[in-house]
Design a protein around this ligand. Sequence first.
Ligand code: G6P
Length: 614
Amino acid sequence: MCGIVGVVGAPSSGDLGEVILSALERLEYRGYDSAGIALVDSLGEVYRERRADRRASVAELRSLDLPSASVGIGHVRWATHGRPTVENAHPLVDCSGQLAVVHNGIIENHLELAEALACRGHRFRSETDTEVIAHLVEEGLAEGVDLLGAVRQALGVLQGAFALAVMAACAPDRLVAARRVSPLLVGLGDGVGVVGSDVAALIGETRDLAVVEDDQVVEVRAGSLRALDAAGVPVTLAPLRVDWDLAAAKRSGFPDFMSKEIAEQPEAVRQTLLGRALPDGRLRLDEMRLADAELREVDKVIIVACGSSFHAGMVAKYAIEHRARLPVEVDIASEFRYRDPIVDSRTLVVGVSQSGETIDTLQALRAARTWGARVLVISNVVDSSMAREADAVLYTHAGPEIGVAATKTFLAQVVAMELLGLYLAEVRGILFPTELEEPLARLAGLPGIVGEAVERSVEVAKVADALAASRDFFFIGRHVGYPVALEGALKLKEISYLRAEGFPAGELKHGPLALLDEGSVVVAVATRSRLWEKVVANIAEVKARGARVVGVVNDGDERTAELVDHVLSVPRTAPLLTPAVDVVPLQLLAYHLAKRRGLDVDRPRNLAKTVTVE
Ligand code: G6P
């Protein structure tokens, strides 16, 4: 999704324009269709440059000789309204060109606003929904209202979701930022005030950050923040806890973020497990605003999530039903609130989201809350929107994930699901604290096992070489191997653009088998589970139809290895933890196939890391 940044003042770390470009580099994972920067220069004029070269927009801006400036804003775009062209790139300006705005989100009533503004003589120069904001603020300034007041007036007529930052030549000592739904942070650093979409953008300047809530508007100056709520009443912003440092958001010698993040998986698992067991044997979540008695009343769990987080949510169904004996439904977040789900105060709705900002999941959780449900969130970002609104939070401490395709956060989520299953079992009296020892010991051994799987990258690369000419991939698995198959297929689609579908292995014969021919590749999750023999039978079915089979096979399992054409070997682990191990070679397979195709594994076409529009 789009990323915004704004800086005002005199940064100690370099020229203001350079500081903005550095922040944009760290935001590039959010959007990279195009990028732009606007500054109020020392002559008091707005300077603006934009580029729409998908691969290199920010790098191209870097090559410019930027003027020194007192305030500036920058943007990386993931197009929603209007093609990814220079004309549609942000910052967008008003008629005078002396007021500029950057925006993340969608202004839903932009067509009617644009029509009314055009009737009043405004001239539009882009196809974006964002440009109306610039013209609305322009009108406020023309009436003699200050920048903060003019932005507030504009907010009064905007519908939709947004995080925005506005600057104007007539107010060179400030920025005004506002939020409705889309995430926004502000902060004060050494000599500067800053605004940005996420921590990654701003940690270069400061860790002293605060969260802007819905319908708040903030005037940011070097050394001061002034925040108002929708009624114009001054408010104190909630400070944000920042648990990442700048180094974590850099590639650190790896060729790309994806390979770095795959290599970090053992550590992501270790960090997520850290400090979970209390001395009395009980388990600990990060934030718990629900009494044990409330959790004992829960009679149903509904998990809502998108993308890879949805696949981790599918694993949770197995973990929670097995451990806590509670019925679990798993729902795609964008579908959940548009059906008529049966939710009441005895329902625990669990939102799973790496970012904690995905709008579909956030809105699903908000709907669940209005229906009376208790809400628990599993998020990788401390103090994310979802985390702040939840009754309980379990953080996956995987560290920042920059590659668009989720890797280490998926593993951390699988671990979190097992912890949640155990936690609910314990609170509900199904497991005694002493009975937790064995599953916790298995979890403690997981980072080492994941480490072994990660180290087999060269082996997987050889399989990728053998499959380099293949175009059609089917991923199959059973039980918790099914979500692994879905996740493996998703990785391959996302970064290699190859046709890849995941199926429960038993479903093949009900349709997908018709698609198989000599050119097809079937990737079977065939590790030794309760259903291993059935998966083996499914492998025989697809081999009989001429498909080539790649098997994810446990170390030492010669029998399965002999059945398949290519082996991706993995160490063995406890059944409910296998997704965290078996998915690793599938991530690596997608990675190596994409690399062979010369693709940008960190920034796949058409995709964004965090989707903050519906
Ligand atoms: C986007 C990303 C996916 C991710 C999904 C959910 O589509 O490209 O990698 O799984 O959003 O994101 P979340 O932050 O809610 O886990």
